[in-house]
Design a binder for this molecule. Structure first.
Ligand code: FES
Length: 95
């Protein structure tokens, strides 16, 4: 199972391959900002991918549309629109 490691101070977790990134974090009681509930509207769930960006699903149409509208960095992903396919290391400013 893929491992998710954290840049700051949290123990790593293991999640089933193909897990939705935002959902598997919240299922593990790790808070992820959101005001749209994972509908791919708000971009508050953006997470920084510190390592392993190649181990995430490619951006879907919703994420690409959000990227066209909002200015977020290449190492940031819309976590509610992203699947975990392998080991990653992530961070959020509010963790
Ligand atoms: S939670 Fe709103 S875009 Fe992901």
């Amino acid at each position: 199972m893929p491992k998710i490691r954290f840049a700051k101070g949290r123990p790593e977790i293991e999640v089933p391959i193909g897990s939705n990134l935002m959902k598997c974090l919240t299922d593990n009681e790790i808070p992820v900002a959101s005001s749209c509930g994972g509908e791919g509207v708000c971009t508050k769930c953006l997470l920084t991918i510190v390592e392993g960006k190649e181990n995430l699903s490619p951006p879907n149409e919703t994420e690409n549309d959000l990227r066209d509208i909002h200015d977020f960095a290449r190492n940031e992903r819309v976590s509610c629109q992203t699947e975990v396919l392998g080991d990653i290391k992530i961070d959020a400013g509010y963790w």
